[in-house]
Ligand binder design. Structure first.
Ligand code: GLU
Length: 527
């Protein structure tokens, strides 16, 4: 959530990493019969990106692999950072990706509401409980004082931290301040926590948060909780059994464990997912088109291709899942082999070429499984958007679109590739205004007559190419000239695939009809 904090946490995390004792003993203490409830808890401050998608996917797979449930919870307690429409878009993106939650703001469920801003009384009640037990206290420090502390720390090259001053106010002092109507927030008292916690991915992680950080705010002056309180309270009340989230939150976990203890609750198990990096090992790309789920969808990436791709940046499967033969796994297949103990504990680089390859494989999979009605529809839409103009005749019949799709599956990576200019001939019937030298009429007539007599099965690139060479030789026309002529007649373009291939893709009857059209124009001109 809360991205200024996110950056703060990330920086802090990077600085603290050497101090965190990590080893890779992994210990997943659930048995298959345990009731697994996991959650994906994004803040609606932007669009779903690959990092969030991966977290959602792993939670989904974990839930499915254990017969459990996935909860979507919107963490919108930092009202200043909300992006209008982001909450709805998140749920739509998850649905598009094929990993819809079982309980969510839109679907509802027995533990709702699932939007934190609708749960304020719940957080207030728990903050009060912490106050009453002495695990939390009111802090009256002004923004000015806190700012001063921050600046002093930065000047001294230290990590800013609250100095816990209000921890030590007497009851009488607190009473006086309350009577004067002074504003306050509620802070949680950090106590020493030297013992490590078992991270499902990283093994034992020790970070004595009380030694390194000031007491965190749990309820702000405006009555909104901070992330720490809200996430602990909700995970408990929503009966979350396992928390799988990005490693940038690992530094918060010891704090959360202290809050669980103070509230007398058994904590869930925590596992943190490694950072995703750009191919050059820098922090994940800022170019939204590359990493936002919506941007990738716009570029024609299929949901299942994206999900398979995302699993490369995180592990969770036996090593050779993708090594034996690159292929697309369905969600049930992924869930059946998902093993939380195999998640990577090291940062993972994205490999965009693999995404294109996965997309091609998904196109193939859909075509071979007969799941093609939607593809045909999508292609139609792309073609219409790109080429529909008045006076342009388009070829959009089901049969033609399907034939093109079948031809294309070994050649293109996205459906968008099919409307690139060099493939326009597939869709646009060339204008009859092509200027053809009348001297070419004889050779065109010959080609047309031979095509008319051919069998559909003969109409293959491998067969057509030598045949075209023979026609050129027999007619005394240079092969290059003949190709130029046929290319103009068949596509109206100067570039594109080879003519034999073009004829093959167009098919015999479309080739014949384009030849006839050109010939009839030539005849009219020469009359
Ligand atoms: N709201 C946090 C985020 O936006 C989620 C942290 C968590 O999963 O606990 O990433």
């Amino acid at each position: 959530m809360i991205s200024p904090r996110c950056h703060e946490f990330l920086n802090l995390f990077q600085r603290l990493v050497p101090k965190i004792f990590i080893n890779h003993v992994k210990n997943v203490s659930t048995s298959p019969s345990d009731k697994v409830r996991v959650r994906f808890a994004p803040s609606p401050t932007g669009h779903l990106h690959l990092g969030g998608l991966r977290t959602a996917l792993y939670n989904y797979l974990f839930a499915r692999s254990r017969g459990g449930a996935l909860v979507l919870r919107l963490e919108d307690t930092d009202q200043s950072r909300l992006v209008p429409g982001a909450a709805e878009a998140l749920e739509r993106d998850l649905a598009w990706a094929g990993i819809p939650p079982d309980e969510s703001p839109a679907r509802g469920g027995p533990h709702g509401p699932y939007t934190q801003s609708q749960r304020l009384p719940i957080y207030r009640e728990h903050a009060e409980r912490l106050l009453q037990s002495g695990a939390a206290y009111r802090c009256f420090c002004s923004e000015r004082r806190l700012d001063l502390l921050r600046r002093e720390a930065l000047r001294a090259r230290q990590v800013p931290r609250y100095d816990n001053r209000c921890r030590h106010l007497s009851q009488q002092q607190v009473g006086e301040k309350l009577a004067r109507g002074e504003h306050f927030c509620i802070r949680f008292k950090l106590v020493p926590s030297p013992e490590p916690f078992q991270d499902l991915v990283y093994g034992p992680v020790a970070y004595d948060v009380g030694r390194h950080e000031g007491d965190p705010v749990v309820l702000k002056g405006d009555g909104y909780p901070t992330y720490h309180l809200a996430s602990v309270v909700d995970d408990r009340l929503m009966q979350v059994s396992h928390v799988l989230r990005g490693v940038e939150w690992q530094v918060s976990t010891p704090k959360h464990l202290l809050i669980y203890r103070a509230l007398g609750w058994e904590p869930p198990q925590f596992g943190h997912l490694p950072l995703i990096l750009n191919p050059d090992a820098t922090k994940l790309s800022k170019r939204q088109g590359d990493v936002s789920v919506g941007g990738l969808r716009e570029r024609g990436i299929f949901p299942l291709a994206l999900l398979n791709y995302v699993t490369l940046a995180g592990g969770g499967f036996t090593r050779d899942l993708y090594r034996t033969k690159p292929c697309i796994y369905s969600l049930p297949e992924l869930a059946s082999v998902f093993d939380v103990g195999r998640l990577n504990a090291h940062s993972c680089r994205l490999q965009p070429d693999q995404l294109r390859e996965f997309n091609r494989l998904e196109l193939q999979r859909r075509l071979s499984s007969g799941d093609d009605a939607e593809l045909v529809q999508q292609v139609r839409q792309l073609v219409a958007t790109k080429f529909a103009r008045s006076g342009v005749q388009l070829r959009l019949e089901d049969e033609h679109v399907l034939a093109v799709l079948r031809w294309s599956q070994a050649r293109v990576h996205t459906l968008r590739d099919l409307v690139e200019p060099h493939l326009a001939f597939l869709w646009v019937v060339p204008s009859t205004a092509v200027d053809l030298p009348p001297a070419h009429r004889a050779v065109l007539e010959r080609v047309s007559a031979e095509v008319a007599g051919m069998a559909d099965a003969q109409f293959q690139k491998e067969w057509l190419k030598p045949w075209l060479q023979r026609v050129a030789e027999d007619s005394g026309v240079q092969f290059r000239e003949l190709m130029k002529l046929l290319r103009a007649v068949l596509s109206g373009l100067q570039e594109g695939p080879g003519v034999a291939e073009m004829m093959h893709i167009l098919g015999r009857s479309e080739t014949a009809s384009r030849l006839d059209r050109a010939l009839s124009v030539l005849k009219t001109h020469s009359q």
